[in-house]
Design a protein around this ligand. Sequence first.
Ligand code: SF4
Length: 484
Amino acid sequence: MKPAFFRPLELFESATSYRLLPFRFHRQDDCVLLTNEVGEFEFVDNAEFSSLVARKLERGDTYNSLKAKHFLSDGDVRVPLELLATKVRTKREFLSGFTRLHIFVVSLRCDHTCPYCQVSRVTQDRNRFDMSVDTANKAIDWVFSSPAPEMKVEFQGGEPTLNWPLVEHIVVAVEARAALETRHIDFVLATNLSALDDRVLAFCREHRIHLSTSLDGPMDLHNANRPRPGRDSYERFKTNLSRARAELGHDQVSALMTTTPASLGRVKEIIDEYVSLSFDSIFLRPISPYGFAKRTGLDHSYGAQTFLAFYREGLEYIIELNRRGVPFIEAYAQIILRKILTPFSVGYVDLQNPAALGTGVVVYNYDGDVYASDEARMLAEMGDKSFRLGGVSDRYEDVMSSPRLQRWAESSCLEAMPGCSECAYLPYCGSDPVQNWATQGDTVGHRPTSEFCARQTGLFEYFFDVLRNGDEFTRKLFLAWASM
Ligand code: SF4
């Protein structure tokens, strides 16, 4: 006789008065962390966990808390499942409206020669590496093919100010079209600030363009990490930061840093530099495995554990600063804490499940190629166009409904990925098929040898340890960051 595909129903029926709802768990030294589909979490001790799964947990505080968070149900099971479904929709709200972030690579040219540059910038040949007006107009049609009522248009490079007339053209055209279609568009200019002049500043003020820039630390470190002719990238940064803040408003300029081997051991100095320049946050980022970072071997210059030690020292210093009355935030911690501590959707495209490829972000390259993410075009500059969606002359509808895009979405659902599907940190994590492809040779990847997974696991362990064992000040600070 053929064996039954499913085990008998009786085996799943409860002998007690409650049913277990779906959850994952992670054993720690003296307790077990439970998480469910919507990111609710609970710590239980080992004895409670054994009783819970044996469906013998006595009524009491733990029982009530687990019931309130939908880990178990002792009534009509449809009610908590419907509530969970509503919470899932809220958490995945970033999927509604489809593509919200549209990145224009208006030029690959740059005046800096950063050794960790992920985009393989070039220093010359305006004709070959600048986006044309015709390409930009077709890309604008793509932007408005997305049904999202609110979108962000971001200018990337190279250094986008080196092709400034095209940025102006795109902003004016996008604003006109947005007004006709009653859509809201935010603009972001990713710039090293070195070529900021009065024309750029006046236009950014008039059109409320936010500046996103890079600061790697004190002068010697910034100049070493971000060289340019004249060896004055820090001086230019500082001068133009003041001008930009004066013209656009203090909060209209944000910065992020990249951790190179030269940064290791200097995290407090780097944070002090941000504080002394009146930034209210820092984003402590590792090197990405693309472009020159890959070619020069910088992407392998330190491992996940080294970065975690650097990050943790930095975060603990930031907590100390807050304790001393200096309000300051670490941006990646804030993203993760929002995922852990709030019921809301977090629209950070680099940590989404499923990955934001095409559905969350589209990149229009200077040459008219369209890519599924910023990392996808970085990979293309290295000669690998595996994640090219098409070209600006293609029909948006054809590309966005293509089997390839659907396959990437399917293969980036953590619930279906080996290693992730049973991970307790899944509700707060994300996947990146492009990085898996670039570092491990396939889109699904291999979690036990993944640097990304090692980093994420270390970060989640740290945050949950603080949430359980940290002092009251730190827990309140984390809650405040998550609520901002
Ligand atoms: S990448 Fe690692 S930490 Fe993230 S869900 Fe997968 S297994 Fe968990």
